[in-house]
Design a protein around this ligand. Structure first.
Ligand SMILES: [Zn+2]
Ligand SMILES: [Zn+2]
Length: 255
């Protein structure tokens, strides 16, 4: 693990003071992914406190890059299909459906590409400095503290990574105020993206089920209502978590 050894130069303040403060490990999946080389490294500059993450596995970074490019191609293809549907004079709902899913997939691809580019550039932006002295540990915690609404300092007290099947779905960090003891949870960008995509997929599904209940014979009105209730619950959950996350991030700025 070449990435973790050595002290790196800070991209923000230029000091040779960026060191590893946390190493994420991921479990092997069906024996395909070995532990150790697949973790994420969280580093912090001991001079200015800047936080940076580095994916330790080049394979993982390459997979993210390929997946985002492929998603982009699929998204553009769906947008082309939407145009075809309009030209062929199909129902406007067909064109709208293709356009919506196409825009969603293209947006996801842009988000993933940005994430990929940032993680690809991170080791280059903070290169290893061969002869740097080990700096005094002024910022031993991986997460920067945030400001509580009472004005107090709120260091991170818990970190939770979410994953859906094998796909990482964001990291939520809980901060606890050292003055008033109140806690709040702050999601990362991937976490916000996860809830945004969930809401963007489930909301139109709710509309489709409401307008065209599936299988008239199989589903009674009560069953349709139940289905609407279940989807509606997750729609509220997705948009609710997204709104709460955005609010918590803006109310509690990084110190
Ligand atoms: Zn720095
Ligand atoms: Zn407080």
């Amino acid at each position: 693990m070449q990435e973790e050894s050595g002290i790196r130069r800070c991209a923000r303040c230029g000091e040779p003071a960026v060191v590893v403060v946390r190493r994420w490990e991921r479990r092997a999946v069906f024996g395909l992914v070995s532990t150790g080389r697949t973790g994420r490294l969280d580093l912090r500059c001991q001079s200015c406190g800047a936080a940076v993450s580095i994916w330790d596995s080049p394979v993982q970074r390459a997979m993210l890059g390929v997946a985002s490019v492929q998603a982009g191609l699929v998204g553009v293809f769906l947008l082309v299909l939407a145009g075809e549907a309009v030209r062929e004079g199909l129902s406007p709902w067909v064109a709208l459906g293709f356009a919506y899913v196409g825009a969603l997939v293209t947006g996801l691809s842009a988000f993933a590409s940005h994430h990929f580019y940032t993680s690809w550039q991170a080791p280059r932006r903070s290169p290893v400095v061969p002869i740097a002295r080990v700096p005094a540990m002024r910022f031993p915690e991986p997460e920067p503290a945030r400001r509580c609404t009472c004005g107090g300092l709120a260091p991170a007290t818990a970190v939770k990574a979410r994953a859906v099947t094998l796909v990482p779905a964001g990291v939520d960090t809980t901060h606890t105020c050292s003055s008033c003891q109140r806690s709040f949870t702050v999601p990362d960008d991937v976490s916000l993206g996860f809830f945004g995509v969930a809401g963007a997929i489930l909301t139109p599904l709710l509309g489709v089920v409401a307008v065209h209940p599936p299988g008239e014979a199989a589903l009674t009105d009560a069953n349709t209502l139940f289905l609407l209730g279940v989807i509606g619950f997750f729609v509220l959950l997705a948009w609710g978590f997204l709104a709460l996350g955005v609010r918590n991030r803006s109310r509690h700025p990084v110190v």
